[in-house]
Design a protein around this ligand. Structure first.
Ligand code: AMP
Length: 188
């Protein structure tokens, strides 16, 4: 199955994606992790970090080659789960084009919904554990704003394809996972 997981920062995407990829035996493709992996002392690494650290989206010309290269690697033939991609309507359209060219299509877009106050609480808590550069108050607020303005419209793009399923991310993690599994089963 080819699945896209959409949710604001702090919604619990990482946890749920890990559970789901283990259950389905498909690769977990996190563009955030891929981009963090390019952080180094080169000009490119510093450029990527300059976007991530302030909570802004990296430009498509940096993101798309990383994604299409990863999709062409062994292991993605029987499906994958995207976490954090596509994050703009333009990325969604570029992914559609890539899939069509390869005679493929997405099966499901999971929309994980969590109230804003809860997101901020979870992200500030995570900051005390993971020490990510973008888990400070200014970057958190920028990432939430970017989600609303640039990523929420991606859901409308996929609603036209009738593949969006909404999941209540306010529930306990095992209840969220049960909802996700039910959605996955219903489109198998
Ligand atoms: P995440 O780990 O998904 O929260 O992503 C962390 C950061 O990586 C984001 O705030 C962006 O700066 C960058 N990023 C991740 N995925 C994308 C994407 N699809 N397009 C642009 N930037 C991205």
């Amino acid at each position: 199955m080819r699945i896209v997981f959409i949710g604001p920062p702090g919604a619990g995407k990482g946890t749920q994606c890990k559970l789901l990829t283990e259950r389905l035996g498909i690769p977990h493709l996190s563009t955030g992790e891929m981009l963090r992996g390019t952080r180094d002392d080169t000009a490119l690494g510093k450029l990527v970090a300059s976007y991530i650290d302030v909570g802004r989206l990296a430009p498509d010309y940096l993101v798309m080659p990383i994604v299409t290269k990863r999709l062409s690697e062994p292991g993605c033939e029987s499906g994958y789960l995207f976490d954090g991609f596509p994050r703009t309507v333009n990325q969604a359209e570029l992914l559609d084009r890539f899939l069509t060219e390869n005679q493929q299509r997405l099966d499901l877009v999971l929309n994980l919904v969590v109230e804003k106050a809860e997101l901020v609480t979870r992200l500030l808590h995570r900051a005390t554990i993971e020490h990510r550069n973008d888990d400070n108050e200014a970057a958190i607020s920028a990432r939430l704003e970017v989600f609303q303005s640039q990523t929420a419209p991606v859901l409308d793009h996929y609603r036209k394809q009738q593949i969006v399923a909404t999941v209540d991310g306010m529930l306990a993690p095992d209840e969220v996972f049960a909802q996700i599994l039910a959605q996955v089963e219903s489109c198998r």
